[in-house]
Design a protein around this ligand. Structure first.
Ligand code: GLN
Length: 488
């Protein structure tokens, strides 16, 4: 018999309906696995009583005939989302033990659908990072090889799914933080079009880029969560799109005969590891077998995405993080002589190195005299990058490529060289700057047997098409079902 933690959400939903298992048992099973996999460092907060209370409520809903497929399904939330019931730290000492008076919209929506929160998961501090090593609490380890990073910033979210602790989790993606850890850990993740999911209650990093999305084993499971997470939130997030909620599962089974998959030549050039290239090329052959057509496209400003992103994101971060001043919430320095001294000490103690680095870069590029030279130029190139995608989408329906140039690297490999992390973001940043939907699907294995993810990027509001392509691929392959030995 398949273990409970290997079942898909649809299969679990069926077992819940037929009373083979209860939501309380599922929640308990997840919590047991959190303990068993404690060494991976994925979870920052749990609360057994709260989780069991939510599970009991889900069992009652199911008994009363509730037909939400998500009712009673365990979920873990990235610690960037604020929650009433669990502390919300954003991976930072600045918010150690912080309790929010409300739930983030995405958390509330998944709770309304009946999902049971088993805990909050680790991430890079304020979602700044690519390896989860910037968490102020502890690094997260990749279950495929615990000497390697899980990716970031949603590393805990990816590991919780990869280690079969939960069937699904939430993540956030500002410049790749859902796609890249999904790729490194062999799970599926999708970042929707900017504005699809409300940012209310998502601790802000770079507001014009931040988006929430689900991580799960399959595209089908991601589609279920994404449908529940998205929708307008006009009173709370002015950038949330005025589009009715969509059922992203509706196109999953459609044929992809004739689907035009664009390959940007810039995504396959120098710097891409041979192992990753091979896995992507083999996966593309599978897409061709399914009827897709491969076309060559170009995204000529791909290289510029790195400097542009690392100007815009820190600029927005420096402004967003100004609120952590020791007055309103979070950490406050104990000893100080006056208000200014309190601000300085609070921020010096509360923020980690990478966050400070970004605040300094952001403040610099926004300062008088440099604003025009850096920030304004970056904004202009950002628009050109978005335009390049529109040119490419004249030739193709979806764009495919690698998520990252390599498989997950070893913990500590980038040492104190933040640029090494920044450069590894090259393939995820362009889609983020353009606000496009993007996903990562497990598509093979590279060096040292580590998972490789294929990135699929769609045009605005093309989530259903992406999920359709990913689902058809997953029906024909089993990469998404493979699991690290430690997760047995
Ligand atoms: N790695 C990128 C960064 O460090 C992206 C992070 C994210 O998407 N939150 O900014």
């Amino acid at each position: 018999m398949t273990a409970l933690h290997d079942l898909s959400i649809t299969e679990l939903a069926r077992k819940l309906r037929t009373k083979v298992v209860s939501a309380v048992e599922l929640a308990q099973h997840s919590m047991d696995r959190i303990e068993e996999h404690g060494k991976l460092g994925a979870f920052l907060a749990t609360d057994t009583l709260e989780t069991l209370r939510q599970a009991q409520a889900a069992d009652e809903r199911i008994a009363a005939g509730d037909d939400s497929l998500l009712a009673g399904i365990p979920v873990a939330h990235k610690d960037i989302f604020v929650t009433k019931a669990f502390a919300s730290t954003a991976g930072s000492k600045m918010l150690q033990d912080y309790r929010s008076p409300f739930d983030a919209t995405v958390v509330a929506k998944l709770a309304q659908a009946g999902m049971v929160t088993v805990g909050k998961v680790n991430c890079d501090e304020f979602a700044m990072g690519s390896s989860n090593e910037n968490s102020a609490y502890r690094p997260v380890k990749n279950p495929w090889d615990v000497s390697r990073v899980p990716g970031g910033s949603s590393g805990g979210s990816a590991v919780a799914v990869a280690a079969r602790i939960v069937p699904a989790s939430t993540g956030t993606d500002t410049g790749g933080s859902i796609r890249q850890p999904a790729s490194f850990c062999g799970v599926t993740g999708i970042k929707p079009t900017y504005g699809r999911a409300s940012r209310y209650g998502m601790i802000a990093f770079a507001s014009s880029l931040d988006q929430a999305g689900p991580m799960a084993r399959s595209a089908e499971d991601c589609a279920l969560l994404l449908s529940a997470m998205c929708g307008p939130d006009p009173d709370r997030d002015s950038t949330s799109l005025d589009m009715p909620p969509e059922d992203f599962t509706r196109k999953l089974d459609e044929s992809i005969e004739g689907l035009r998959i664009g390959l940007p030549k810039e995504f396959f050039g120098e710097g891409l590891g041979d192992d990753v290239r091979r896995a992507i090329e083999e996966a593309l052959e599978q897409f061709v077998k399914l009827g897709a057509k491969i076309v060559d496209v170009t995204l000529p400003r791909t290289q510029l995405a790195i400097p542009v992103y690392y100007i815009i994101a820190p600029a927005e971060a420096s402004s967003n993080l100004a609120r952590f001043d020791g007055v309103k919430y979070g950490h406050r320095a104990k000893d100080y002589v006056d208000l200014l001294d309190m601000y300085k000490k609070t921020r010096a103690q509360g923020f980690g190195d990478e966050v400070k680095r970004r605040i300094m870069i952001g403040t610099y590029v926004l300062s008088h005299g440099y604003y025009d030279a850096y920030y304004l130029q970056a904004q202009k190139i950002r628009r050109m990058i978005a335009d390049d995608f529109q040119q490419a989408f004249k030739e193709c329906d979806v764009i495919a490529g690698p998520v990252a140039p390599s498989v997950a690297w070893h913990l500590g490999a980038h040492g104190s060289d933040p640029l090494a992390d920044y450069l590894a973001d090259i393939f995820t940043l362009p889609g983020s700057l353009a606000g496009l939907p993007g996903m990562s699907i497990p598509c093979g294995f590279g060096a040292a047997g580590m998972p490789v993810g294929m990135q699929l990027l769609g045009n605005y509001f093309g989530e259903a098409k992406l999920l359709n392509a990913a689902h058809r691929f997953q029906q024909a392959t089993d990469f998404h079902l493979r699991k690290p030995e430690g997760a047995l």
